[in-house]
Design a binder for this molecule. Structure first.
Ligand code: FES
Ligand code: FES
Length: 150
């Protein structure tokens, strides 16, 4: 099937199987490998991308469901707003980096939905993004700093 989407601000057309997952189309057909696969079953958040303003798990999301939608990946979000990547570097909010694209996407969505979110809101919002390395303190610090910026 043909899928048409606005990807990171640009019109994109792809031919994909009807059961193709968005993560596979992004990584393998389009070559945007910033989106990572962790669990592959919708639990860890590593594969998060924005469809419209909403974070979705691209490992469960059929590419066809994105037809006609605006999709943002970590590449587009950080190109549009370098501060989003900078805070994770400044706060050392990553180690192996597998979860980081999903954390970044979630942080971008949080700032859209709850600019200036308090720490509790940040913790709740980010709870769906798992990390096996950092212990979360530095990730939350990065996100708190990002959503507090205007
Ligand atoms: S890889 Fe999609 S939620 Fe874990
Ligand atoms: S930095 Fe390794 S899983 Fe989060």
């Amino acid at each position: 099937m043909k899928v048409s989407m606005i990807l990171n601000g640009e019109q994109v057309y792809v031919d994909s199987d009807g059961d193709a997952l968005l993560i596979d189309v992004l990584r393998e057909q389009i070559g945007l490998t910033g989106t990572k696969e962790g669990c592959g079953v919708g639990v860890c958040g590593a594969c998060s991308v924005l469809v419209g303003d909403e974070p979705v798990s691209s490992c469960l999301y059929l590419a066809g469901m994105a037809d006609g939608a605006e999709v943002w990946t970590v590449e587009g979000l950080t190109a549009r707003d370098p501060a989003l990547a900078d805070v994770f570097v400044e706060c050392e909010g990553m180690q192996c980096g597998i979860c980081t694209p999903g954390q970044v996407v979630a942080a971008a969505a949080l700032r859209r939905h709850h600019p200036g979110a308090d720490d509790e809101t940040v913790s709740r919002w980010m709870a769906g993004n798992l990390c096996r390395c950092t212990g979360y303190g530095t990730i939350l610090e990065a996100v708190e700093r990002y959503v507090g910026r205007d």
